[in-house]
Design a protein around this ligand. Structure first.
Ligand SMILES: *Cc1c(COP(=O)(O)O)cnc(C)c1O
Length: 496
């Protein structure tokens, strides 16, 4: 039914029947990693709740054409946004009690947008500071660097302890200067899943007159439930004095379809500089709380439906299943010679490294992939070794018993294969190259040597992960960045 020649064309000469087109989408999807089934430890968040996908899709379809541009034209969307912000606020220390802070917020398209807006609000609240800065632990999400880059704010990196994987409060204090408009911390960090010392950091920020953003994009919808289940969770939300804003992604552990995060501010005055209003043109008067102007109601309605369907009891049940899965996976890692947990799991991440030079983590990742487990390799950084990251969701729970034996087999296979030996010319290149010396020809040659590029990226194509990761791992960050840009530039080419 689908000939490959045609499937890459979005605009055929004659329109195709709906059934055929849907078939094409499904055919394209066959090359993807499995979004369901509990064997993909990144990118997707799956509660494995029967009927939830169908409900969210129906709610999405109901509102896909509704436009969040004007909340007065579509009160349905305003009501759902306010409900989502209210739910996030109540979960994170805001609320309606007389002692609770008067938290307000916005629904954004994702964690990155939430962080960019938190930085924008902090920057624009201080027009007196001409060269604003933000202090950010090196383990905080890369989206803070993106925000700094987009907004022309200087990022002051705060080092972390290589054992605890957290910044000390003293290290944060040392990075704060009079031009610091915002101090960041994570609850928890994406890479390692550890919670920063939020209370100490927030108090440093408050003392300096700076804002303190808690990036709970990952953990904001799990830590509160884990705490209710008795897991020791340090204070990280608006209960902590000095915390001025918090981000939480609903498209992560609230299990909503992609495109929904919430950015909360402790009080309305803190949020005001986040907005952009413009009336100095002949068109409609514009006020945008977030970056996008036209916004689909689809993701918001899908998130609203998801939260209402799962409810507090549902999220508690899913958090308990996830906690047990984390413990099971951590046991499997701990019981495997040559591997070491990089951090004791305290949330929903399992992160491990290799203690045996004969056991190459990037080879292990490929061996796990070959056994149907899709993990996320993390390159070495500073004092921190390369590691493997597992984002654990409720759907993993029924799979945990299968993981240990497969991990043992993958480790044995990786040991037998031995570490990746980069071809000599590639190793020399990675060591000697500077980003400026990268010519298009060199990049094309590298990509071909690595088997990258559009030909390798088609459905079913498999990138030679270990070699690419080893090459990137051997390169300093600036060269890594250039190579990544060039490689993805090769993938993103129009099909005609
Ligand atoms: C995922 C994540 C982000 C970025 O969120 P996106 O939705 O991918 O833009 C930021 N911070 C943390 C801690 C995250 O886990």
């Amino acid at each position: 039914m689908n000939d490959d020649e045609d499937i890459g064309r979005a605009l055929p000469e004659r329109g195709l029947p709906a059934e055929r087109v849907l078939g094409d989408v499904r055919a394209l999807r066959k090359g993807d990693r499995p979004t369901h089934g509990g064997r993909l430890f990144a990118y997707v968040y799956d509660p494995a709740v029967p009927g939830l996908d169908e409900l969210a899709a129906a709610a999405h379809a109901e509102c896909a054409h509704v436009n969040g541009l004007d909340p007065t034209a579509f009160p349905s969307l305003l009501a759902m946004e306010n409900a989502l912000v209210g739910a996030a606020s109540r979960l994170l220390g805001g609320g309606t009690g007389t002692t609770a802070p008067d938290v307000v917020g916005s629904v954004t398209s994702g964690g990155t947008e939430s962080l960019i807006l938190a930085v924008k609000a902090a920057r624009d609240a201080r027009p007196d500071i001409t060269a604003p800065r933000i202090a950010v632990p090196v383990t905080a999400h890369a989206a803070f660097a993106k925000a700094a880059h987009y907004l022309r704010v200087t990022l002051d990196p705060v080092p972390v302890d290589p054992v605890t994987l957290r910044p000390s409060v003293a290290a944060v204090a040392a990075a704060v200067v009079p031009d610091t408009v915002l101090v960041a911390c994570s609850a928890p960090s994406y890479a390692h899943g550890v919670v920063d010392p939020v209370a100490g950091i927030a108090s440093v920020a408050a003392e300096a007159g700076a804002r303190c953003h808690v990036d709970a994009c990952f953990g904001g919808w799990t830590l509160p439930w884990l705490r209710r289940l008795g897991v020791p969770v340090p204070p990280f939300d608006f209960a902590v004095a000095g915390v001025t804003s918090i981000s939480v992604d609903l498209h992560k552990y609230a299990y909503a379809p992609k495109g929904v995060s919430v950015l909360l501010h402790r009080e309305p005055a803190l949020r005001a500089p986040q907005f952009f209003a413009y009336a100095d043109w002949p068109g409609y008067t514009m006020v945008n709380p977030v970056i996008a102007s036209t916004r689909s109601g689809g993701p918001i309605a899908a998130a609203y439906a998801t939260l209402r369907h799962l409810g507090e009891d549902g999220y508690l049940r899913l958090a308990a299943a996830t906690r047990d899965a984390v413990a099971g996976l951590a046991d499997a890692v701990g019981g495997t010679g040559g591997l070491r947990l990089l951090a004791e799991p305290e949330s929903t991440v399992v992160c491990f490294t290799s203690t045996d030079p004969g056991l190459d983590l990037f080879v292990l990742v490929d061996e796990l992939t070959a056994r149907g487990w899709h993990t996320q390799p993390q390159l070495a950084y500073g004092d921190l070794p390369a590691s493997v990251h597992l984002t654990v969701t409720a759907a993993v729970a029924p799979r945990v018993a299968e993981f240990g034996p497969d991990l043992a087999a993958a480790v044995a296979a990786a040991r037998a294969a031995g570490p990746v030996g980069l071809p000599a010319e590639l190793a020399a290149l990675a060591a000697a190259l500077t980003p400026d010396a990268l010519t298009p020809e060199l990049v094309a040659g590298l990509a071909a040597a690595l088997g990258l590029g559009p030909a390798a990226a088609g459905p079913g194509g498999s990138a030679p992960g270990a070699i690419v990761n080893t090459l990137l791992d051997a390169a300093p960050p600036a060269l890594r960045e250039r190579l990544l840009v060039e490689f993805v530039g090769l993938l993103q080419r129009p099909t005609y």
